[in-house]
Design a protein around this ligand. Sequence first.
Ligand SMILES: Cc1cc2nc3c(=O)[nH]c(=O)nc-3n(C[C@H](O)[C@H](O)[C@H](O)COP(=O)(O)OP(=O)(O)OC[C@H]3O[C@@H](n4cnc5c(N)ncnc54)[C@H](O)[C@@H]3O)c2cc1C
Length: 452
Amino acid sequence: MKIAIIGCTHAGIAAIKQILKYYPESEITVYERHAEISYLSCGTYLHLGGSVKNLDDVLYADPEDFIKQGVTMKMEHDVIRIDADEHTILAQDLKTKELVHDTYDKLIMATGSITAIPAITGVENTKVMLCKTCDQAHELYAAAQKCHQVTIIGGGYAGVELAEGYIKSGHQVTLIQRGPQILDEYTDPVIAKQIQNLLVKKGVKVLVNTTVTKLSDLSDEKLEITTTNGTYNSDMAVICPGVIPQSDLLNGQINLAKNGAIITDPYMGTSDPDIFAAGDNTEVHYNPTLSSAYIPLASHAVRQGTLAGINVLDKRLKSIGTQATTGMLLFDTTVACTGLTLAKAKAAHFEAGSAFYQGNYRPDFMPTTAKITIELVYDKNSRKILGAQLISDHEVSQSANTLSVVIQNENTIDELAFMDMLFSPNFDEPFNYLNLAAQVAVDQEGGYWRSN
Ligand SMILES: Cc1cc2nc3c(=O)[nH]c(=O)nc-3n(C[C@H](O)[C@H](O)[C@H](O)COP(=O)(O)OP(=O)(O)OC[C@H]3O[C@@H](n4cnc5c(N)ncnc54)[C@H](O)[C@@H]3O)c2cc1C
């Protein structure tokens, strides 16, 4: 069997590993536009902030290792056409410009996403940069050495993390967000405000309810940023908007969602039985709403790529869906989220409520402790947990993972209130803070549901 994989970042690499394990007799050919594989985009802010000394250290896979295992790695090859009926691929060698014709029995599309460039006048200015690929990370780092004022456009995860990176490298940072709060995909206003306050305390100028309308040269060195809330000068700007799925090669040949994401079955198969897809170019099955959603994350890409590799010759393992759990360490504060925010739960027509728990994560008699804030989102009718957001100077990311499982298993606030959690004064109170957050929700709903 001849298996072609297009795109070799997280989804593509995960697929190759499984094909080598489960189908060692198959012939694998990989097409990748870039010279390197496996760049983790989060490495960019970590490098800017000094936590990662060398950008190459962020790469976790080497094409040579796959070549040694018999994989044909067509690096710096851009696939420009796929004929799904004929099972053919046309690619261009970006070094020699030569065209390469190939065929496949099975194809895995791991082409990911590209940055959705907003339609702002002057966005093509050379002082305006992007932050997804390894090449872009090198450019950002080089530019940062010559600049002092940095403006970040977009207050999602990437923008907030970059703001931290630039503050740590001694830059003057402005973060511009169109809507009323930062991180609006993952947090509700209370937690978002805490994060915004932290950024401001660390020196970031945060502008919400502000839309950038124009980017223009003020001088050779300075960029003028015109917004709905005034005009600002900056040495450079970084755009951190969302991404869009790269599926153009199969447009009109397989079923795509409205936004262009490839529609897959739980095995990562597409409407063409010989084409699989994984990663940022596909949708996920989002358990909180029991529907498909476009939520591009590396954690999704590795799981979907793994499934595509396992299932490519034998559909044997289904996806169990996702809660889209995320986390970040912002300065010394952990922010972790899973499932729906209250706003999104209401938009999805749940009769949703949210409960806040605030307290110290472990007893005050311990040498140190830290405040923890949890917002638990739940369905008032079924009492099932729909989502949660946690923020603390204590490490709470694994609690978001626990809540992810709670949502996956459709547990209720009543069950979470009593769910078995360890106790030791080193770690928590006799009732863990997740139990306590659920108990707040139970009290809000007038007490426990009878269990008989
Ligand atoms: C700044 C930033 C920080 C992030 N941080 C996190 C994080 O902390 N946690 C998290 O879970 N997610 C994070 N993400 C999201 C994560 O980076 C993506 O979800 C992930 O990269 C998706 O992997 P992928 O393999 O599906 O696609 P991509 O990373 O987009 O890779 C697709 C690959 O396909 C290749 N390709 C595409 N078309 C062709 C073609 N025609 N021919 C040849 N090759 C082609 C591309 O060159 C690329 O290498 C972050 C994203 C950004 C931008």
